[in-house]
Design a protein around this ligand. Structure first.
Ligand SMILES: Nc1ncnc2c1ncn2[C@@H]1O[C@H](COP(=O)(O)OP(=O)(O)OP(=O)(O)O)[C@@H](O)[C@H]1O
Ligand SMILES: [Mg+2]
Length: 339
């Protein structure tokens, strides 16, 4: 049975409650619910796989988590590693809503589709998580972006995206999305300094691999964001090569289908970047809210946003992707990672 290591400082901080998974996962030696004695809160203990400790793969997950602090990223609370005994654990904030693949499973059994507004909210939250990992907290500040140690997740899929109720928040009961499982993550700094050979981190999930795999880059994460959204719309736990023009399906709006299409462009150079995706999605949502207001208000706002009424939604996606590419190249942080 998975227990806390009584010899570790973290072991005395956390009280074992129950084991979560029956089998160990791909990159863990057991998952348990534990209680933080400091504040009584329930957390997740992810026991590290001894092989990952030995090869220092676990260090990459730990370092990525320690760098990241964002409402849509699963936060690390504590960590301990004993490199001699090859034992260690990461302690994470618990996401009480479980993973998206479990949610998809439940909806699929009941035959209940997920509402489009909810899909948009989670789309924006996942895009924000990825944009933060790639660009840092200041998406509009080029200099700050260029100083940020970009983190590439490389394994975004429904099983690695979690849901959590906002604690002490003003929006009671709202369920927010958190990107988790940074077990395949790699950072630009580690690659540039030659500290890690990226080929060691080749554990991405083949079913969710973008067309450029095994050569991954920052836009590979965006492809997987689109894949997760398509899975949510289609109620499928794995990406099943849905028609990319209608990845969400006819049940959902053409706007949503187009947004997913721009994430999943086969040629990554045509694919939108994460920061531009956030801006673009937020704009789409603003327009939707506006559209649901009184008709006379709608017309004037939409008219001013759509120049001369000729700029189609499609053209705007292309423009935004090209603008983002210009910025991306100017900060020279496109990294090709071989796996
Ligand atoms: N923060 C969390 N809150 C709730 N459950 C979590 C959390 N982190 C992990 N889990 C649970 O533990 C499982 C495995 O976690 P994770 O994906 O981080 O590890 P893994 O090594 O990739 O394992 P697997 O191969 O099973 O995905 C998740 O699918 C989920 O059920
Ligand atoms: Mg996982």
């Amino acid at each position: 049975m998975l227990r806390n290591n009584p010899g570790s400082s973290s072991g005395s901080r956390f009280e074992f409650i129950k084991r979560l998974n029956v089998d160990n996962g791909g990159m863990n030696a057991g998952i348990a619910v534990v209680r933080d004695r400091k504040n009584g809160k329930l957390c997740i203990e992810k026991r590290l796989d001894p092989d990952c400790i030995r090869t220092r793969l676990a260090d990459m997950e730990i370092e990525a988590l320690q760098q990241l602090d964002h409402p849509n990223v699963n936060r690390i609370i504590d960590v301990f590693v004993d490199y001699n005994l090859l034992q260690g654990s990461i302690f994470l904030e618990m996401c009480d809503g479980g993973s998206l693949d479990k949610l998809i499973g439940r909806h699929s059994v009941d035959g209940r589709s997920i509402g489009e507004s909810q899909i948009w909210r989670w789309f924006i939250q996942l895009a924000k998580a990825v944009a933060y990992c790639h660009c840092g907290p200041s998406l509009n500040d080029r200099e700050a972006r260029s100083l940020w140690n970009a983190v590439y997740h490389r394994d975004i899929k429904p099983a690695n995206v979690f849901l959590s109720r906002i604690e002490n928040g003003t929006q009671d009961g709202e369920v927010i999305l958190k990107l988790g499982d940074f077990g395949c993550a790699i950072s630009a700094c580690l690659i540039e300094n030659g500290v890690v050979d990226p080929r060691f981190a080749s554990r991405y999930t083949p079913e969710f691999a973008p067309p450029e795999a095994p050569l991954l880059n920052k836009k590979s994460d965006v492809y997987q964001v689109g894949g997760v959204m398509a899975c949510l719309c289609r109620l499928k736990q794995t990406w099943q090569h849905f028609d990319k023009d209608q990845a969400a399906g006819e049940e959902y709006s053409s706007k949503l289908n187009m947004a997913i299409r721009y994430c999943m462009k086969s040629n990554y150079q045509e694919r939108i970047g994460a920061a531009a995706l956030v801006k673009r999605l937020e704009k789409e949502r603003r327009e939707d809210v506006i559209e649901s207001m009184a008709e006379n208000v709608v017309e004037s706002v939409i008219e001013s946003e759509i120049e001369d009424g000729v700029k189609s939604n499609e053209v705007e996606w292309v423009t935004v992707t090209m603008m983002e590419d210009a910025i991306e190249h100017s900060v020279a942080d496109v990294v090709e990672i071989s796996c």
